[in-house]
Ligand binder design. Structure first.
Ligand SMILES: Cc1cc2nc3c(=O)[nH]c(=O)nc-3n(C[C@H](O)[C@H](O)[C@H](O)COP(=O)(O)OP(=O)(O)OC[C@H]3O[C@@H](n4cnc5c(N)ncnc54)[C@H](O)[C@@H]3O)c2cc1C
Length: 390
């Protein structure tokens, strides 16, 4: 049986970052990364907005805020050093009306407290120069925000780590001396699990009860037609609803070309099903037998209904986008891809806002790593190594 010093489970950006940090800190160690799919970054990492978040939104002092700011700098350094294409193009957050303006000011203060540089409101003329088609009663410039393709970053981390990567290898359980997989047992001294949408299931198999369950929230994107792409120069975001950890449908210029609009946030009946009607009996049963899901539905049914309507009605999706760019027309939007967020839900129906890391009986688990965990991945990896490896 193979014997490793470290087994990393999950070939998304968090697993890749852990692998890279382990290889750097322990150059003599034998490390293997196990991924159940036939390709790396098949789930959240390869299906996200590709934004390098600067730390505007997160509660000062939280693990999210700390690791986002640190991870932001590390991601830029890593990308520069390893030739991963990226661009610090900045974004604007656009408020429409007095209520959103007040929330935008709260965000500005939070961003300043988190240590962001160069945050400032744009004058009407500056907004017109920067984003001529955007409409806002107040617009905050966040110059540090950038774009990247996180699957490229994950590949580069694994290449730089020089260890073994095993695709098509699903971890199905934990043993005293390692893990059980779909292709046999593998021995390892330390096991670090970064399994995204499956994280709660693997944690439960390892005796962790953190009072959390992963609920999948699908995000659909549209793409701007080639003709309409000129309407967006950088990134344009709305002011998010503070009751949810989602940022609202926004415009994102992609690093490999094109402009995406989205994602919405729709409760999904399949953790890894990317169509609007995807259904997985096991996933649906797990979600619907959990008290937290029903409490979430009861509390936020109006919001949920709105998101469902937007998912099935292009007209409604367009209306949300037109608040930011009024000149947008139905023919400007082409159907795009979808991603699914792994979001931890507490039994009381509240969404876990911060990243959650837990030691199990045999392995160390990343239990909640939604956005901005791709940005923060290298700093999350530092935190994991600090907590998991004595
Ligand atoms: C629509 C959307 C937009 C987002 N936008 C941004 C953004 O702009 N910026 C940002 O910073 N973050 C963003 N995020 C969040 C970000 O994508 C995630 O936080 C991040 O990718 C999490 O990485 P991960 O490695 O934990 O999970 P994943 O990328 O999901 O990787 C987990 C991996 O574990 C594997 N796995 C699961 N179970 C097993 C098993 N039993 N055995 C072996 N392998 C297993 C899976 O196949 C998968 O490859 C977005 C997310 C979504 C969905």
């Amino acid at each position: 049986m193979e014997q490793y010093d470290f087994i990393v489970v999950g070939g998304g950006i968090v697993g890749a970052a852990v692998y890279y940090k382990l290889a750097t800190a322990h150059p003599e160690a034998k490390i293997v990364l196990l991924e159940k799919e036939s390709a790396l970054a098949s789930h959240q990492t390869g299906r996200n907005s590709g934004v390098i978040h600067s730390g505007l939104y997160y509660k000062p002092g939280s693990l999210k805020a700390r690791t986002c700011l640190d991870g932001y700098r590390q991601m830029l350094d890593f990308a520069a050093e390893h030739g991963v294409k990226h661009d610090v193009c900045g974004k604007i957050v656009a408020a429409v009306g007095p209520e959103e303006e007040a929330r935008l000011e709260t965000l500005r203060l939070r961003g300043a407290e988190n240590g962001l540089d160069g945050l400032r409101y744009l004058s009407d003329q500056e907004l017109r120069e920067r984003e001529p088609e955007a409409s806002a009663t107040k617009a905050l410039l966040v110059p540090q925000t950038g774009i990247i393709h996180y699957a490229d970053a994950a590949e580069a981390m694994l290449a730089a780590g020089r260890g073994a990567v095993r695709l098509n290898t699903q971890v199905t359980g934990f043993t005293r001396d390692g893990v059980q997989t779909s292709t046999g047992r593998i021995r390892g001294k330390h096991v670090l699990v970064c399994a995204g949408l499956q994280s709660d299931r693997l944690a439960r198999l390892d005796g962790v009860d953190a009072g959390l369950r992963i609920v999948p929230f699908r995000g659909d994107y549209y793409e701007l037609s080639p003709r309409a792409q000129a309407k967006v120069r950088h990134l344009i975001y709305p002011v998010p609803d503070p009751n949810f950890p989602f940022l609202g449908v926004h415009f994102t210029r992609m690093i490999h070309g094109g402009v995406e609009c989205g994602p919405n946030a729709v409760f999904s009946f399949a953790r890894e099903g990317y169509t609007k009607t995807a259904f997985d009996a096991g996933d649906a049963a797990a979600a619907l037998s959990y008290a937290g899901t029903w409490k979430l539905f009861a509390k936020h049914w109006r919001y949920g209904l709105g998101e469902y309507e937007r998912a099935f009605s292009k007209q409604k999706f367009l209306a949300a986008l037109q608040r930011l760019i009024p000149s947008l027309r139905p023919e400007d939007l082409q159907p795009g891809r979808a991603g699914i967020r792994a979001q931890a839900l507490r039994r009381d129906g509240s969404l876990e806002d911060d990243f959650v890391l837990r030691q199990g009986e045999r392995a160390f688990h990343v239990l909640n790593a939604p956005s901005p965990a791709a940005t923060a991945s290298l700093a999350i990896a530092d935190e994991i190594l600090r907590q998991a490896i004595p």
